[in-house]
Design a protein around this ligand. Structure first.
Ligand code: SF4
Length: 231
């Protein structure tokens, strides 16, 4: 596994658990607002398995879970073995994914190697390429949603309310998704680095907290449990 970084403890990333976060390198998407450009570009020093193992062993009594985030973790060929290794150490495993690899998701679910999945639904299907770049294929996200829907795992979907996404887009997402257990709407934060030709979009004001809050009642007609701006 190419682990490019780690957050040693967090209360925010694994619902109800104290966890650490491991960030994998590389991504199949190219979201204009990405906060992890260095990871996506697969640059930087890697955190070896031995080091991660030593850290986890030293936190056995303090941490309950390990979040595998990215980048996009499902691009790592040894993800199933890595999840199994973490579980053998006694930790719960949460996976953050953009949903681009339903076949990997299926394997993880079948082998019961993850305990919680957060799936990004980044835009209405027809705007995926525009928001997430050419590598994004909404059909795979639709397949991932269907796999999660048919599983008995804990899961949620997440949408960053990014610039250019408005009420109409969120309503479309709410209608396009099957009914999900939890839909988390995350606040847009200006990324520290971005592509020069995305500058205008990056600085376009995103809908603010009050605006989005005002849309919730309508969104709830299609999706019940919605959490806004949790981070
Ligand atoms: S899915 Fe998008 S936001 Fe997430 S790491 Fe990949 S490019 Fe960045």
């Amino acid at each position: 596994m190419n682990i490019g970084g780690m957050v040693k403890s967090t209360f925010l990333d694994y619902p109800g658990k104290i966890a650490c976060v491991l960030f994998t390198q590389g991504c199949s998407y190219d979201c204009f607002y990405c906060h992890n450009r260095e990871l996506v570009a697969s640059k930087g020093t890697l955190l070896g398995q031995e080091k991660v193992g030593t850290f986890l062993d030293s936190r056995k009594d303090l941490l309950q879970g390990v979040v595998i985030s990215g980048g996009e973790p499902t691009l790592q060929p040894d993800l199933p073995d890595y999840c199994s290794w973490i579980k053998e150490k006694g930790f719960l495993v949460k996976l953050d994914t953009n949903g681009n690899s339903p076949e990997v998701l299926e394997k993880l679910l079948f082998l019961q190697l993850v305990d919680y999945i957060a799936l990004d639904v980044k835009a209405p299907w027809e705007r995926y390429g525009e928001i997430c770049g050419k590598g994004a294929r909404p059909q795979t996200v639709i397949e991932s949603l269907s796999l999660l829907k048919g599983s008995n795992i804990c899961w949620e979907t997440r949408t960053t309310v990014a610039p250019t996404l408005g009420k109409t887009d969120l309503r479309k997402i709410a209608c396009q998704m099957p009914k999900v257990p939890l839909w988390r709407l995350n606040r847009y934060r200006l990324p520290a680095c971005y592509k020069k030709d995305e500058e205008k979009k990056i600085h376009t004001p995103a809908p603010d907290c009050f605006e989005v809050q005002g849309w919730i009642d309508e969104l709830k007609i299609f999706q019940g449990a919605i959490v806004t701006f949790s981070k």
